[in-house]
Design a protein around this ligand. Structure first.
Ligand SMILES: NC(=O)c1ccc[n+]([C@@H]2O[C@H](COP(=O)([O-])OP(=O)(O)OC[C@H]3O[C@@H](n4cnc5c(N)ncnc54)[C@H](OP(=O)(O)O)[C@@H]3O)[C@@H](O)[C@H]2O)c1
Length: 265
């Protein structure tokens, strides 16, 4: 199936690691010109090097902190200059890293969850909209989480922020429907990314084995999937690439679980 991404210009915010990088990789392999945004200069440079070898020789790396509104504005202005104002696809993969139960979370942690998890996406959408609206076609894909559909006590602020992403994305899909810019959400279950592996190490499990990590998630959060393993980033990246493509011509406002069947266990 040709996804029709051959002439696409795509930016993945949070594309220097994990599922953002996997999404960028899948987009590049389908022929899109890809830009990635992240804070670590070294990770951004490594991602650009990898994408150049995967079909995006003109890959662009932008070092920016999307918690900072001015930084977002200048990153997208730079992208506009580099690509002559052309942009078809925005993927927002940045998420909050706030853990704790409702009764212990501080105001600051709640603010952090919303700032990292929601406002980062809002700022990037605002900064990219003029370019997306000028383009012949446009797609936005935002990362939420399957955990919004099955609460974990210790992810109170994280899941609340992700639920905001899902709701705000639905609202955005309504606003942009007249422009035929399609907006969708992908909700991963447990996926083997540096963030997950780092968390596992913090609770004493040094492993990147998808079977072991799913077992750990089940023990710690009571979140097993039907499939006996965690997902791999490329398995989510492939779905993101489809949602972000021209081949997706009639899905908007959807929330797509890519979770190994977690929602009915
Ligand atoms: N892993 C899972 O099991 C899982 C499950 C459900 C949902 N999710 C969600 O899926 C998305 C991707 O998760 P992941 O595990 O792939 O994440 P990850 O491995 O931690 O990667 C996060 C990416 O976002 C960038 N980033 C983080 N904060 C940023 C900031 N303030 N400004 C700019 N870039 C920033 C990171 O680069 P720098 O740190 O260098 O900035 C990196 O490129 C997140 O929204 C996450 O909440 C993950």
């Amino acid at each position: 199936m040709d996804l029709g991404l051959g002439d696409a210009a795509a930016v993945v915010v949070g594309g220097s690691r994990g599922m953002g990088l996997a999404s960028a990789r899948c987009l590049a392999e389908e022929g899109a010109r890809v830009a990635v945004v992240g804070r670590s200069e070294a990770d951004v440079a490594a991602a650009v090097g990898e994408l150049a070898g995967r079909g995006s020789p003109d890959a662009v790396g932008l070092v920016a902190d999307v918690r900072d509104a001015a930084c977002v504005t200048s990153a997208f202005a730079e992208l506009g200059r580099r690509w002559n104002g052309e942009l078809n696809v925005l993927v927002n993969a940045v998420g909050p890293d706030v853990r704790g139960t409702f009764d212990v979370l501080t105001d600051e942690q709640w603010h952090d969850a919303v700032d990292d998890g929601v406002l980062s996406m809002v700022r990037c959408v605002r900064a990219s909209l003029p370019m997306l609206r000028r383009a012949e076609w446009g797609r936005i894909v935002n990362f939420s989480a399957q955990s919004t559909q099955r609460q974990s006590a210790s992810l109170a602020a994280y899941t609340a922020a992700k639920a905001m992403v899902t709701s705000a994305s639905k609202n955005l899909s309504l606003l942009l429907a007249r422009d035929e810019i399609l907006v969708n959400v992908v909700s991963p279950g447990t996926v083997v990314t540096p963030a997950l592996v780092g968390w596992a190490a913090s609770v004493g499990v040094e492993s990147d084995d998808p079977y072991r990590l799913m077992g750990l998630i089940d023990t710690e959060y009571g979140h097993a999937a039907q499939l006996p393993r965690a997902g791999m980033p490329d398995e989510i990246g492939a779905v993101v690439a489809f949602l972000a493509s021209r081949r997706n011509s009639y899905m908007t406002g959807a929330n797509v679980n890519v979770d190994g069947g977690s929602d009915f266990t």
